[in-house]
Every structure is written in structure tokens, then in C-alpha cells.
Design a protein around this ligand. Structure first.
Ligand SMILES: Nc1nc2c(ncn2[C@@H]2O[C@H](COP(=O)(O)OP(=O)(O)OP(=O)(O)O)[C@@H](O)[C@H]2O)c(=O)[nH]1
Ligand SMILES: [Mg+2]
Length: 325
């Protein structure tokens, strides 16, 4: 039975039902610990050459904007999605120049970010392009509407709703978002010619608007009606390139679906369902990418405003909202 159409869409706020799961969280960065305890000192930056200073300033600026967003979205430094971004920034800085990483105190920077947000004077100039791809009917367009908190793109419970690539813009939590919705890919081997046509159009849009975040969307509750998505995933690889998979976050919609019965006859624990489903999608992606070590972030999404089970999702996914990505 197809899903009933949504009556209203949830606003992307603190109570949002969109949850993130930190499957690939790297080593956690403790406040200040990995960066040394002192704030940036003039004398130390003086030792840097021009290129080092430029990198140091750029990373600091990105980090400050990010920390302001973390504070604005009510997230904490301990959440793994946050720690992951900070870790990558530290890597970007550290691998290029070991001097700069010693100069940074995360606690001090977070206090500054808090103050800037509370003063509300300087607006951050932060924009983000999101590409959404995946099988037809999994809820790509509905997820986009959930992100914006309004019906920006058409959805359909019974037939493919998105027939061409469509770019939608808006501001969410002060961040300028550009979201690229794409026509749903077809699972069958016979339909890969259609997929090629869609993906060649997606490629053109990716050139024009290089995405910062890519969501590969699938359903959380597809176990019983799962189709083999490998032909579709391989079409993505051959049309968009293997490297796309290194930037993909997996979004599983219908996240509050009731778990099916396990071997004992009672419903599987919700955590087991999430883990099975995440692993299944991850393994297909690994096969399509030809890299069995690939680890993609998994985000749980429930677009239905009145769906149950969000508490279970919250328990299982301590990272919080999709806004934390
Ligand atoms: N219960 C529930 N229904 C959802 C969820 N996400 C999407 N739906 C429903 O699934 C149906 C298909 O959603 P769409 O957003 O049109 O799917 P799509 O992936 O954009 O489909 P194409 O445009 O064909 O690629 C709609 O009826 C949505 O209301 C969800 O998280 N929970
Ligand atoms: Mg759609």
C-alpha cells in the first residue's frame, strides 16, 4: 500500500524528527585537549610564512562560522557529527602545518562564537548546496520540503513526482541553502538507460552548483519490499564517478517505522533495525564504489509529522538533528 500523502510538514527545529547516526565518527576531539590550551598568540603566528597564515586564517574563519552554527542549532561540542567536522578541520590544518594546530583552543573559540551569536551583530555568511539522489519514491522531495519546513517541491504517494532536476533555494536557521532535487532513479536493470539520462542531467547541475553535501536517500522500512539497488548504484558510479561515494551521506526515510518481527516472533529492537538497514545500504554502496572500507554517515529521517517512534530514533541516534550535519 502506498503511503498516505502528508498533511503538513514538520518544521526543521529543535523538535525535528530528523535524526543523525554517527556510524563513522572519528576519534573524538576533547575540548582544548588536542589543540593545546592556549588561544592564538600573536608571537606564534608571526613565525608563520604567508601561506601558513592564510591557511590558519581560513580554517579559523570556517571553524568560527561552524561553531556559531553549532551554538545556534543547540548542539554541543561533544556530539559526534560536531566532533567529526572539528576533527577534519584540525586535520586539514594539521596535515598542512603542525604549527597552527598548537595555537588553537576550542573552548575559547566556542565562547567567542557564543558571544557573537548572542550579540547578533555580524551575520555569518554561510551557504550550502545539497544534492539529493536515490531511488524513485523513497522520499527525496519530501525530505527537501522537511528541510525548508514548507512545500517547495512536489511529492507523490503513487507515482514518480520529480521528472527533472530542480534547484530550490531558501534560508534555514540563517544558512542559505540551495537544494538540488533529482528525478528518482529506477531499480531495474532494464531501466538503466532512463537512469543514464537523469544522471547526465544531474552531472550538469553538479558542475554548475558543486554540492557541499550529497544525500543518497533510501527507506528505512524497505526490508520486505527491498529491491536490488545495485544496478542503480552502479549507474551512479559510472555516470557521476566513484569519488561521489566519498562525499555521500545516507539518509533513511520512514525512520519511525515499526521494526519487523525477529526470529523469536517479537519485534526486532529498533537499534537492530537501524543497524541492519544501515549495513545493508552501506554494503551496496561499497560494492558499487568498489571500496569495501567506505564508511558513509547515516542520517535517519522521518518526514511524517505525526509519526510515532521518534523517541526510539532519538535514543538510538545521539547525534541529533540533520541540522547538525
Ligand atoms: N510516513 C512517511 N512517509 C514519507 C516519508 N518520506 C516520504 N514519504 C512519503 O513517500 C511518498 C513519496 O515521496 P516523494 O518525496 O515524492 O519521493 P521521491 O523520492 O521524491 O520520489 P521521485 O520524485 O519519484 O524520485 C510521499 O507520499 C511522501 O509523503 C517519511 O519519512 N515517512
Ligand atoms: Mg521527488
Amino acid at each position: 500500500m502506498p503511503d498516505p500523502p502528508l498533511k503538513t510538514l514538520p518544521v526543521w527545529d529543535h523538535h525535528s524528527s530528523v535524526q543523525a547516526l554517527g556510524l563513522s565518527a572519528p576519534r573524538r576531539i576533547s575540548s582544548a585537549g588536542n589543540f593545546g590550551s592556549s588561544a592564538t598568540r600573536e608571537s606564534e603566528t608571526e613565525n608563520m610564512d604567508d601561506e601558513e597564515k592564510k591557511l590558519h586564517d581560513k580554517i579559523n574563519m570556517i571553524r568560527m562560522n561552524f561553531l556559531r552554527l553549532v551554538y545556534r542549532l543547540g548542539q554541543s561540542l561533544d556530539e559526534s557529527a560536531v566532533a567529526q567536522v572539528l576533527y577534519r578541520l584540525a586535520l586539514a590544518e594539521g596535515t598542512r602545518n603542525s604549527k597552527t594546530t598548537r595555537l588553537f583552543s576550542l573552548d575559547t573559540a566556542f565562547q567567542t562564537a557564543k558571544k557573537l551569536e548572542e550579540d547578533g551583530k555580524e551575520e555569518i555568511d554561510f551557504s550550502c548546496t545539497i544534492l539529493v539522489i536515490g531511488r524513485t519514491g523513497v522520499g527525496k522531495s519530501t525530505t527537501i520540503n522537511s528541510i525548508f519546513g514548507e512545500d517547495k517541491v512536489p511529492t507523490d504517494a503513487f507515482r514518480p513526482a520529480t521528472s527533472m532536476v530542480r534547484v530550490t533555494t531558501g534560508i534555514v536557521d540563517g544558512v542559505k541553502l540551495r537544494v538540488i532535487d533529482t528525478p528518482g532513479l529506477r531499480p531495474s536493470v532494464m531501466e538503466q538507460r532512463t537512469n543514464r539520462k537523469f544522471l547526465s542531467s544531474v552531472k550538469k547541475f553538479m558542475k554548475k552548483f558543486p554540492p557541499d553535501i550529497i544525500f543518497y536517500v533510501d527507506r528505512m522500512d524497505t526490508c520486505s519490499r527491498d529491491t536490488n539497488n545495485l544496478p542503480l548504484l552502479e549507474s551512479i558510479t559510472s555516470n557521476l564517478g566513484t569519488s561521489i561515494w566519498f562525499n555521500v551521506n545516507v539518509a533513511l526515510t520512514h525512520a519511525s517505522s515499526a521494526p519487523p518481527e525477529g526470529p523469536s516472533g517479537s519485534p526486532l529492537p529498533y537499534e537492530t533495525l537501524v543497524s541492519h538497514r544501515s549495513q545493508a545500504v552501506q554494503n551496496s554502496i561499497r560494492q558499487a564504489a568498489g571500496d569495501m572500507r567506505l564508511m558513509n554517515q547515516v542520517v535517519l529521517v522521518e518526514n511524517h509529522p505525526h509519526a510515532d517512534g521518534i523517541n526510539a530514533a532519538t535514543r538510538c541516534c545521539p547525534m541529533g538533528r540533520v541540522g547538525s550535519l
